[in-house]
Design a protein around this ligand. Structure first.
Ligand SMILES: [Zn+2]
Ligand SMILES: [Zn+2]
Length: 388
């Protein structure tokens, strides 16, 4: 079968980029050899989404150790098949997956991308999104940029194409990040600012509105991102220089803080979302939040951060919340309800604005062209691969 694979040696990481579209062996269910296969299914992808983390692999910014450490434990000779955002059709079902989960050939599914163990402390108390032993599909196990992918039945999410259009169904996993972020605190009647209007920041603007936010301010250095934020309903967009302000890389951008305060009755926002991973944005987000407000942390970069005026967080009673992955499966249920609600028209707005009505963003998997693809992932917030 064909697959999009990271097929380099660890020592080639620094001086290469991209993924290779190559022929690899098909995954098989072999219960007689491996009983664990009984709880798995083979899925044939119909549409998949290219994630920010896939982009991190493409440009060699992230996941090097996770990928190569996991490959050392695996039998793969060819490398790692990438991809974890999926809409697909089940073509083969293990006996346990069929008996216990009721899956049948022909069922349409998406998947949670963090494979949880079900045994650790967090899994047992319903916090499987922070499982101690989790694997990530397409990073630490083979993913869905392929004609077939083997997945554990317990991770799958049934998807009804009468309710959700396929291009949106394929990107439920990253949408779930935004739904999870918007679920950390009550957003009803709240004012909020979203720092970083890339893919997840844009999703957050949409979801936050649907979940009851009143005023939404988008902040980003990129004019194109801010235009999309406006089209998705941000009440105000603020452009930041992107580089350091006043020569101090992490100091808050006081102009932005002032503009946000002005917009929010002189007080600052109720809730700030830090979706960019920039140290400066983190400090601007904290400074822009009113006393007693909440800061939701999702963006990240490796290494140390400096928090300016740390005492302010405590003295003004600001709360910080980190968001990783999706609550399994609470977030998925909330997302299904939001996506299928007619009131907010979320699917059309995702397709029309974020996916640019499919123009340039939906690309045929089997005609994979490396250069065209690289250009597309840099131009649009989300790229979807179509398999037939
Ligand atoms: Zn993703
Ligand atoms: Zn676990």
């Amino acid at each position: 079968m064909k697959a999009l694979v990271l097929d380099i040696k660890p020592e080639e990481w620094e001086r290469t980029k991209g993924m290779s579209f190559i022929e690899v062996p098909e995954p098989k269910l072999e219960e007689s050899k491996n009983t664990a296969d009984g709880s798995k299914v083979i899925v044939k992808p119909l549409y998949t989404g290219f994630c920010g983390s896939d982009k991190g692999v493409w440009f060699r910014h992230a996941f090097k150790d996770l990928i190569f450490d996991s490959l050392e434990q695996s039998e793969n000779e060819f490398g790692r098949i990438c991809g974890h955002e999926l809409l697909g059709e089940i073509v083969e079902v293990g006996s346990y997956a069929s008996k216990v989960y009721g899956y049948r050939v022909g069922d349409l599914v998406s998947t949670e991308s963090h494979i949880f163990c079900g045994q650790c402390h967090q899994c047992k108390i319903g916090d499987a999104h922070v499982c101690s032993n989790h694997l990530i599909i397409g990073i630490s196990t083979d993913g869905c940029f392929a004609d077939y992918v083997k997945l554990p039945a317990k991770e799958l999410w049934r998807t009804n194409l009468d309710e959700i259009r396929p291009e949106v169904a394929a990107i439920q996993e990253p949408l779930g990040n935004a739904v999870h972020a918007c679920s950390r605190v009550d957003l009803r009647g709240r004012t909020l600012a979203v720092f970083g209007c890339g893919t997840i920041g844009l999703f957050t603007i949409l979801m936050a509105r649907a979940m009851g936010a009143t005023t939404i301010i988008g902040v980003d250095p990129n004019e194109k991102n801010l235009k999309l934020a406006g089209e998705l309903g941000a009440d105000e967009v603020l452009r930041v220089p992107g580089e350091s302000v006043h020569g101090v890389e992490h100091a808050p951008d006081l102009e932005v803080v002032e503009a946000i305060r002005r917009r929010c009755f002189g007080e600052g926002v109720d809730v700030a979302f830090e979706m960019s991973g920039s140290n400066q944005a983190l400090n601007t987000a904290i400074a822009s939040t009113r006393a007693g407000g909440d800061i939701i942390l999702f963006g990240l970069s490796a290494g140390d951060y400096t928090v300016t005026n740390f005492q302010e967080i405590i003295l003004y009673g600001k709360s910080m919340h980190s968001v990783v992955g999706r609550k399994v499966f609470q977030t998925w249920y909330t997302m299904r309800n939001l996506l299928t609600s007619k009131e907010h028209n979320l699917q059309d707005r995702i397709y029309d604005v974020i996916l640019n009505k499919g123009d340039g963003t939906v690309m045929p998997f089997h005609q994979f062209n490396r250069d065209a693809f690289e250009q597309a992932i840099q131009e649009y917030p989300k790229i979807v691969l179509k398999y037939r």
